[in-house]
Design a binder for this molecule. Sequence first.
Ligand code: OAD
Length: 244
Amino acid sequence: MEDHILSPVKELISRSKNIAVLTGAGISAESGIPTFRGKDGLWNNYRAEELATPEAFSRDPRLVWKFYNWRRALISKKSYNRAHKALAIMERNVPHFTLITQNVDGLHQKAGSRNVLELHGNIWKVRCIECNFEDIDETPDLGELPRCKRCGGLLRPGVVWFGESLDPDILERAIKACRESELMLVVGTSSVVQPAASLSLEAKQRGAVVVEINLEDTPYSRYMDYTIRGKAGEIIPELISKWQ
Ligand code: OAD
């Protein structure tokens, strides 16, 4: 990547006191975790409405659990990559830093990120549909119909499905972080799922500089102050190279 594209953003990162970052499946693609859209995307091969909606779970919880157990097993074998690591390093060097992610894989935390807002939940979380008890269970395969250890009710994955609302507290904190930021990086997301996609507008409307890092254009590219085209695992380490 030519330096005249990266150097203004490098400069912004090193002088900003408040940075917000939004990540999507693209940041974990280089770890070997499939994204949702695009050629090899999950929603190209599986129907989201049969696997990732409350209706699908009521209709056929076994099928939904089969899908989540498959994803849990896949993710359990993957590690964070250079992009996740570089964002953890950025956090340590910026006074106010918030990482907002749509990913449920937990790899940001594994790479050392601390202030992480998981908009769509976490694949290692389970929640009882009867008593709402929440637990973290990193066993890759939880079996056909996992049960609550408190009340014996059926457990569901602790993720946000299509048609469900985001946790209002997490969303509010994410919006606040974007509004207060001086610089916002939007990394590896197709920016088609709301409300996550419009977070960059919250930042921009309050005067932040917004930067998109993605392999390709998205519906939000035209609002960006800078668009950097390429792999997150190559670009983000370069952007923070002075701290490495
Ligand atoms: P998508 O699969 O929609 O988009 C992934 C984006 O990452 C695309 O824009 C790719 O161009 C980009 N990309 C792929 N590899 C990359 C790389 N190495 N470096 C940089 N960019 C790369 O994933 P999301 O935008 O995260 O929601 O999808 C949003 C939500 O839709 C997900 O959280 C999930 C899904 O359905 C729920 O499950 C609720």
